[in-house]
Design a protein around this ligand. Structure first.
Ligand code: ITT
Length: 194
C-alpha cells in the first residue's frame, strides 16, 4: 500500500481524512516519522499555510505528503476569522474561546452567512498540487452538538438542519469542505497511478 504523510497534528482532521480516503493509502503522521515539533504556519493565506506545512514535512522526511489549512469565512465579518481561525480569540487552539468571540462579534447581526474553506497542498515527487473544498452555510446563536471540533457546534451547512457537531464523521464528510478537497486529492492520486 502506498504511504502518504499527512502534515497535521489535529487528530480530528486525521480521523475525517482517514474515513474519506479509506484503505487505498496508508496515512502516516508527523509523529510516526519522528517529527514532534510544531509545524510552522506563518503565511497570510490558507494556500500559503498549506504549502508551508507540506513543504516543511517534505523537506524533513523526503516523503510524499500533504497538508490541509482551513478557515471559517464569515460574510458579515469581512471573511474573518479566515486564516486566523485557530488563533481568533487567544494564542492557542482554544475552541470554546473562539466560539464565544465569534458569537459576540455576530451579536445582533442579521447576516449570519459563512463558509468553511479548506486548501490541501500535495507534494508528490517534489512537485506541488493544490486542491480546494468549500461548504456554504450559516452560524447559529448557540453551540449545539458534541461531535467534531473547532467551530462545528456553530455551523449549519446549507441544506441541513443540524450543525456539523451533531453529525457523525460520515455525515460531516458527505458535505464538508475538507471531504470535498480530499475527494479531489484522491481523484488526482488515482489518476496518477493509472
Ligand atoms: P494542523 O495545522 O495541525 O493541521 P490546525 O487545527 O492548526 O491543525 P488549521 O490551521 O487548518 O488546523 O485550522 C484552523 C482552525 O480552524 C482550527 O483550529 C479550528 O478551530 C478551525 N477548523 C478547521 N477545520 C474545521 C472543521 O472541519 N470544523 C470546525 N472548525 C474547523
Amino acid at each position: 500500500m502506498r504511504k502518504l504523510l499527512f502534515a497535521t497534528n489535529n487528530a480530528h482532521k486525521l480521523a475525517e481524512v482517514r474515513a474519506e480516503l479509506g484503505d487505498a493509502w496508508q496515512l502516516v503522521t508527523p509523529r510516526d516519522c519522528g517529527v514532534t515539533e510544531e509545524i510552522p504556519e506563518t503565511q497570510p493565506t490558507l494556500e500559503g499555510n498549506a504549502s508551508q506545512k507540506a513543504r516543511y514535512l517534505y523537506d524533513r522526511t523526503g516523503m510524499d505528503c500533504f497538508a490541509d489549512d482551513t478557515g471559517l469565512e464569515v460574510e458579515a465579518l469581512g471573511g474573518a476569522p479566515g486564516v486566523h481561525s485557530a488563533r481568533y480569540a487567544t494564542d492557542g487552539h482554544d475552541f470554546a474561546a473562539n466560539n464565544r468571540l465569534l458569537l459576540r462579534n455576530l451579536a445582533g447581526c442579521g447576516n449570519r452567512r459563512a463558509r468553511f474553506r479548506t486548501v490541501i497542498s500535495l507534494i508528490l515527487g517534489s512537485e506541488e498540487h493544490l486542491f480546494e473544498g468549500v461548504v456554504e452555510g450559516h452560524i447559529i446563536e448557540h453551540e449545539t452538538g458534541d461531535e467534531g471540533f473547532g467551530y462545528d457546534p456553530l455551523f449549519v451547512p446549507d441544506g441541513c438542519d443540524r450543525t456539523f457537531a451533531q453529525m457523525t464523521t460520515a455525515e460531516k464528510n458527505a458535505t464538508s469542505h475538507r471531504a470535498r478537497a480530499v475527494r479531489k486529492l484522491a481523484g488526482y492520486l488515482l489518476a496518477m497511478e493509472k
